[in-house]
Design a protein around this ligand. Structure first.
Ligand code: ZN
Length: 90
């Protein structure tokens, strides 16, 4: 018999704040839903800072490759310093 610690719903363990990129991706997903699309968002971050975000637009634009990450990369590419994007993650 094991004695796993049990987590009480009334006293949950504190959780770390979500990374700003996850919050930006979530907001982007909500935007897609508000447009009648599917709930997928993406964000591009570097050194903990969100530098772009985007959402899936497959339904809205009838574009099968309009994924959220593609939209985020397009948004990043429109920025003036886009030629120096490196070390970023989605
Ligand atoms: Zn995708």
């Amino acid at each position: 018999m094991t004695h796993e610690p049990q987590q009480s719903a009334a006293n949950p363990e504190p959780q770390a704040a979500p990374h700003p990129a996850f919050e930006a991706a979530y907001r982007a997903a909500q935007k897609s839903v508000n447009e009648g699309g599917i709930p997928i968002g993406a964000a591009l971050a570097r050194d903990g800072v969100v530098i772009a975000s985007g959402h899936n637009e497959r339904v809205q634009n009838g574009d099968p490759i309009a994924h959220g990450e593609m939209s985020a990369l397009r948004a990043a590419g429109r920025q003036r310093w886009s030629w120096m994007i490196s070390g970023a993650w989605t």
